[in-house]
Design a protein around this ligand. Structure first.
Ligand SMILES: NC(=O)c1ccc[n+]([C@@H]2O[C@H](COP(=O)([O-])OP(=O)(O)OC[C@H]3O[C@@H](n4cnc5c(N)ncnc54)[C@H](OP(=O)(O)O)[C@@H]3O)[C@@H](O)[C@H]2O)c1
Length: 558
């Protein structure tokens, strides 16, 4: 049974407040268990309950039949005496209560995908995340690192010809006594570079996803006179085989998009540690990947700069110490643009990142700030942290890579130049600290000033879509991710306008919400949701006006 819509004035008030939320409903005046049940059946996991003059945030599944006193004990924000629906909700929203809201009758509600302002969560279970923090095992690893042991790691790199892959190989090149290469995988668009890497690093196995590129690669090897060509595998199965191959200690996932999911699962099952750059794996596959990490007892270390910063700050912190995380964002290519100009930006505009040199997909995600939204979900799965305790702050200099706040309000941040090799090195060497002479030490005087500002949600709606998908959980983050991949691909081919990216994603999410959403998906469910979302996003994009580079919106597609 789904909640019945009602035209309450409260919705208008909240819309006016420009506060967006997902999966929240407002109850007035009394606790209606039937109403709560109705919300639960509709899949809404959180409710803002207004009881008398108090406002409580509750999790439906846990508090279905709770008494008002129990809810009060759980904590709630005090509303002003004006607790009638519209102003009460408006004030709660303005006060930062996590909401929102549709109108409510005792038997139904209108719940719209609108995201909330943040209030810090009180409970954070770091040991439920994928990253090794806050657990007995991770502390043991830290203790082991205090022993003087010889350090050497055998590395497999998925996506070796990309930005992450080539920077990982830079590290291997800088310290050949510490790292060696077991296997490489790439899509096949740059076989010359792949052959060059094969020549230099002598991997035992190379995987090329695009079978049509195999012969060109073999020819490139012949031209270089590679004395012992590697074992070569091809196709998607070949990439999976590469991920689980041989005696590699750690697999760097530098693939783009959800293509990383199955190889990462294969590597975990082969008991390889994972240095995770490919965030889409965790965003789409979190409900499956996190339990696998625990089941197979491997270490999954984040290579994304923000999550590496959090990971570094959390070393040695006991479970329960974390109160909030602050994800910093450069603001992407359009951070200084007025929102009115965004309708007409081109792919070339979006690919000019002010601070980082990365592959095209993530650079475009940075321009929409979807990258930050994806990182919110990534942080949730890595550190077991509630979405309400994850804050995004724009930090144009990209020197503070992110920060954690502990229960006593002490904040620890990690700083460094915007250079992906540092987080990659830590992901590969954790919990050790290796010295690499080629790394330029940070010079704070040269940096001069560090500035911060709040993100603009009107300009960057993708962030709130990501929060909404994360809060909805289950298959929804996979759908968000797949729809984003399609929308970005179309935008980069000038087949979708820039503002079409969030529009396509939102429509795809809405359609999934009312059709096949699953709360506890299997790997097959996630793969199916990904495929469905790609088809649906294409359909939605086809309804948008055609955008041609440098021009205005043109004719309507049929
Ligand atoms: N770049 C960064 O600084 C950065 C920072 C944080 C996180 N990340 C994340 O790291 C991942 C990689 O990003 P990137 O910027 O390195 O991307 P990129 O420069 O576009 O490189 C992607 C690599 O993956 C390969 N590849 C793509 N699809 C594949 C497939 N289906 N099977 C096998 N190989 C495939 C590509 O091969 P070809 O060269 O043959 O096409 C290339 O080697 C993304 O998830 C991104 O979000 C990147």
């Amino acid at each position: 049974m789904r909640p019945r819509p009602s035209g309450s004035p409260c919705f208008a008030a909240i819309a006016h407040a420009r506060i967006r939320t997902h999966a929240y409903a407002l109850l007035q005046n009394t606790v209606h268990c039937s109403a709560l049940r109705c919300c639960t059946e509709a899949g809404y996991q959180h409710t803002l309950l207004v009881h008398g003059k108090r406002c409580f945030h509750i999790e439906l599944n846990q508090y279905m039949n709770a008494k008002p006193e129990q809810l009060q004990a759980r904590g709630g924000a005090l509303l002003t005496p004006r607790s009638s629906t519209a102003p009460g909700a408006f004030l709660a929203a303005s006060a930062g209560v996590r909401l929102l809201v549709g109108g409510w009758t005792t038997r139904g509600a209108t719940c719209r995908q609108r995201s909330a302002r943040r209030t810090p969560a009180r409970w954070v279970c770091m040991d439920q995340g994928a990253a090794p923090v806050g657990t007995r095992k991770s502390i043991q690893a830290l203790e082991n690192a205090l022993q003087p042991t010889a350090f050497h790691r055998r590395v497999t790199i998925l996506g070796s010809t990309g930005s992450i892959g080539t920077q990982t190989l830079d590290i291997v090149r800088s310290c050949p006594d510490k790292f060696s290469v077991v296997a490489l995988a790439a899509n096949g668009s740059n076989v010359e570079l792949l052959a060059e890497q094969t020549h230099e690093f002598s991997p035992e196995l190379v995987a090329i996803r695009d079978t049509a590129r195999l012969e060109t690669y073999r020819e490139a090897l012949r031209q270089r006179g590679v004395p012992e060509p590697p074992h070569i595998v091809a196709g998607e199965d070949g990439v999976v085989e590469c991920a689980r191959y041989g005696d590699a200690d750690v697999v760097v996932t530098g693939l783009v998009g959800c293509a990383g999911l199955l190889p990462t699962v294969a590597a975990i099952k082969a008991r390889k540690d994972i240095a995770l750059a490919n965030k889409e794996t965790l965003i789409a596959g979190g409900p499956v990947v996190v339990p696998l990490v625990h089941e197979y007892g491997i270490h999954l270390t984040p290579a994304d700069s923000e999550h590496s910063a959090l990971f570094q700050c959390l070393q040695g912190a006991p479970d329960g110490a974390l109160r909030r995380i602050i994800l910093t964002a450069s603001g992407g290519a359009f951070r200084d643009w007025d929102v009115s100009r965004l309708a007409h930006v081109t792919a070339a505009d979006a690919l000019k990142h002010p601070n980082w040199n990365m592959g095209p997909k993530i650079t475009c995600d940075s321009a929409t700030l979807m990258n930050k939204g994806l990182e919110v979900i990534e942080a949730h799965f890595l550190f077991g942290i509630d979405y309400d305790a994850i804050e995004i702050v724009i930090h144009p200099q990209s020197i503070i890579h992110s920060a954690v706040e502990f229960q006593d309000t002490s904040v620890l941040a990690q700083l460094g130049w915007p250079d992906m090799r540092l987080p990659l090195l830590y992901a590969l060497s954790w919990p050790h600290r290796l010295r690499i002479e080629a790394f330029r030490p940070l010079d704070l005087v040269q940096v001069g000033s560090l500035t911060f500002r709040a993100p603009d949600h009107d300009k960057y709606p993708c962030m709130l879509l990501a929060y909404a998908a994360g809060r909805r959980g289950g298959t929804m983050p996979a759908v968000l991710n797949a729809a984003n991949e399609v929308a970005v691909e179309l935008f980069l081919r000038n087949e979708l306008d820039f503002m079409g990216i969030p529009a396509v994603i939102e429509r795809t999410m809405q359609r999934h919400d009312t059709s096949d959403w699953k709360q506890t998906p299997t790997l097959d469910d996630l793969v199916a949701a990904d495929a469905w979302a790609r088809r649906t996003a294409r359909e939605e994009a086809a309804k948008r006006p055609i955008y041609s580079a440098g021009a205005n919106l043109e004719t309507q597609k049929t």
